[in-house]
Design a protein around this ligand. Structure first.
Ligand code: NAD
Length: 485
């Protein structure tokens, strides 16, 4: 059984909390992973009593994890809800942190503050916690993205938080790192000898990392329009996935051993030059189009988006990790909204066979790790098709572990929340990592700001602008879905 805890969720009535955090905590509770007396305190601006708020959480559980709720039964839901209390708190009113402190006193438990609010509230919350002496060394603080919108503002946020908390108390969350298949990539690479000898420039032709969304900006048009795909996805999720793929074997799973290796990757990313910014970056924005047979509007017609907005909803880029292992291997990253389908995947394309003794084309082997919509790991190989002659066809070895493991897979937020409660920071970004990621990203933002212009249009429901196919074609390859044609 884990330690007793008080988890305070600032922004506890928000979308993220209702959609992800309470469902994740409920699932952990059903599995007996939460301490019997662990408490959840939702702090937000609205005036609500415990009972009204618990009804809201109950509705959210039924909406977002209906089958878990049905199989757990009413008694389990009621037991989970009884852990939750609601505290009406205006985060900008420093006086109100006393009430929070009063509710936390007299318990021998781990206190965690989860900032599920926009970063504009971080100064007020960190200041309020400090003023009320709630930043004691045994507390932890969890920060949600976005942690700034450029190098300068991210440094300001980190300076602010580290003015009140030590780095070891700070958990910068990136839920992609909590996914089971990302853990499995670590297991595949470092728990086996099969892949690691091939995991380098001699055998890998290119690496592709995609986070494609079918949705548009939904209700968050205003936020997205001031953010864009690069800040929203590349600076954090895509770079973290790249680090896990490219890093050297760490000496242990100790948080700093892993994060030191990730940091080395970020520091080895090829610095941008004027020329590479022009050649290796594609910026797109979706126009109206057909998505699964349904007509959807252009980005600039979405609610909250400025008319004539030049915000990118799509980015594709080519980079390199400049070290002995990876020199010369292109790493392609891309993300977009209103793409043909929702898919997040890592693709490792291996070199083609140097000589073929068979008829037809031999597709190079590739390892495909899918994170969304379903998690899977597949190794594509050539095999003999049944019948006469030696005709080869591409098949895949399914390394999907459903068959072997009957246990329920943990949700990413569930794993990460449990890690915070246990004090395991391996899957959270350290300040120097966040800094290195922004340092590499800043020239891109500066380049676009200086260039002006507008992103290239692409039809909603497509795989992005044709220029992104040219990006891979120049490197002698094609995006994964194009290879499958
Ligand atoms: P939201 O707008 O739905 O919720 C904001 C919450 O903050 C509400 O509970 C509101 O009551 C509270 N709040 C606002 N002003 C307050 C104040 N002065 N005092 C106390 N509480 C106040 O936002 P969200 O979608 O839940 O996102 C929260 C943060 O998490 C944002 O920074 C967002 O970018 C980030 N995030 C959200 C998602 C998501 O899927 N929604 C995913 C990743 C990161």
């Amino acid at each position: 059984m884990d330690n007793n805890f008080d988890l305070v969720i600032f922004g506890g009535t928000g979308d993220l909390a209702l959609r992800k955090l309470y469902p994740a905590l409920f699932m952990a509770d059903c599995d007996g992973r939460l301490h019997r007396e662990g408490r959840i305190i939702a702090a937000a601006r609205q005036t609500l009593d415990d009972s009204a708020f618990r009804t809201r959480v109950s509705e959210a559980l039924s909406r977002f994890i209906p089958s878990m709720v049905t199989s757990a039964g009413e008694a389990r839901v009621a037991a989970f809800l009884s852990r939750i209390t609601y505290l009406a708190l205006d985060a900008t009113n420093v006086e109100q942190y006393r009430a929070l402190k009063a509710s936390l006193n007299e318990r021998d438990s781990q206190t965690v503050f989860y900032l599920s609010v926009g970063p504009s509230l971080f100064p007020a919350i960190v200041g309020g916690l400090k003023a009320a002496d709630l930043n004691t060394p045994d507390t932890r603080i969890v920060l949600e993205k976005p942690l700034g919108r450029d190098l300068v503002s991210s440094r300001e946020i980190n300076d602010l938080v580290l003015g009140a908390f030590a780095e070891s108390q700070v958990y910068r969350i990136d839920h992609y790192l909590g996914k089971e298949t990302v853990q499995n990539l670590l297991a595949l690479r470092f728990g086996n000898t099969l892949l690691e000898p091939l995991w380098n420039r001699s055998w890998v032709r290119d690496v592709q990392i995609t986070i494609a969304e079918a949705v548009g900006v939904e209700t968050r048009g205003e936020f997205y329009d001031s953010t864009g795909a690069f800040r929203d996805m590349v600076q954090n999720h895509l770079l973290n996935l790249l680090c896990i793929t490219a890093m050297e074997p760490p000496s242990s799973l100790d948080p700093d051993a892993v994060r030191d290796e990730k940091l080395q990757v970020l520091r080895s990313l090829k610095p941008w030059t004027r020329e590479s910014l022009r050649e290796n970056l594609v910026r797109g924005q979706y126009r109206a189009g057909l998505l699964r047979g349904e007509q959807v509007p252009a980005y600039t017609s979405e609610q909250g988006v400025a008319a004539g907005s030049a915000t990118e909803t799509y980015v594709a880029l080519r980079t390199e990790v400049g070290n002995w292992r990876w020199a010369g291997v292109p790493f392609y990253l891309r993300t977009g909204k209103r793409m043909a389908e929702r898919r997040a995947e890592l693709v490792i394309n291996f070199n083609p066979p140097p000589h073929s003794i068979f008829e037809g084309v031999l597709a190079p082997n590739r390892l495909v790790i899918t994170l969304q919509p379903e998690e899977s790991v597949r190794l594509y190989t050539m095999a003999k098709a049944p019948g006469d002659g030696m005709r080869l066809r591409e098949v895949f070895l399914d390394l999907d572990f459903h068959e072997f493991f009957r246990e329920r897979r943990q949700d990413a937020y569930e794993r990460l929340l449990l890690d915070v409660l246990r004090g395991n920071a391996t899957l959270f970004m350290r300040r120097d990592e966040a800094d290195a990621a922004w340092r590499w990203c800043q020239p891109v933002l500066d380049f676009w700001a200086a260039e002006g212009g507008t992103p290239i249009g692409y039809a909603a429901g497509s795989w992005g602008p044709p220029a992104s196919s040219r990006l891979t074609a120049v490197g002698g390859t094609a995006w994964h879905e194009e290879l499958q044609l």
